[in-house]
Design a protein around this ligand. Structure first.
Ligand code: ZN
Length: 140
């Protein structure tokens, strides 16, 4: 696991967003800001990738000028602020892109093997439900 060092000036530029908060996965307080990206750059990158303007697709307006990337020193998870969460509209827009929810992924077959003996399946973050349709059509 690589953990970079962010110059002190960039952490200060992140303001309260650069302050340590608990890990969203394991709850550890050992969280560090490992990178900072200006929000305008993130917005531009999103638009270049998807032609989606994230300003109009966030759950609520993002009020900060920079976005910190945090890493949990306990479990290694990297995460962005929860205040950057997308709205339902974001996923509707992404669903229009052919490449975002492909009908075939390499991990589908592996996952099907893992759940072969399961009586029921709950998929979280299922996109358009392509995997669940495929799982439902598999013989028991
Ligand atoms: Zn963690």
């Amino acid at each position: 696991m690589w953990v970079g060092v962010v110059p002190e000036g960039q952490i200060k530029a992140a303001g309260s967003l650069g302050a340590a908060r608990n890990c969203v996965l394991c709850g550890s307080a050992e969280v560090r800001t490992i990178d900072v990206i200006p929000f305008r750059d993130l917005r531009r990158l999103w638009f270049e990738m998807s032609e989606v303007d994230i300003v109009t697709c966030l759950a609520k307006p993002y009020e900060e000028s920079v976005v910190p990337l945090r890493r949990c020193m306990a479990c290694g998870l990297g995460f962005y602020p929860e205040s950057l969460s997308g709205s339902a509209r974001l996923y509707e827009e992404l669903g229009k892109l052919e490449y975002y929810y492909p009908s075939e992924k390499w991990e589908f077959q592996l996952a099907l093997q893992d759940i072969m003996s399961a009586r029921s399946v709950l998929e979280i973050g299922c996109g358009m439900g392509v995997f669940l349709e495929r799982a439902a059509s598999c013989p028991p």
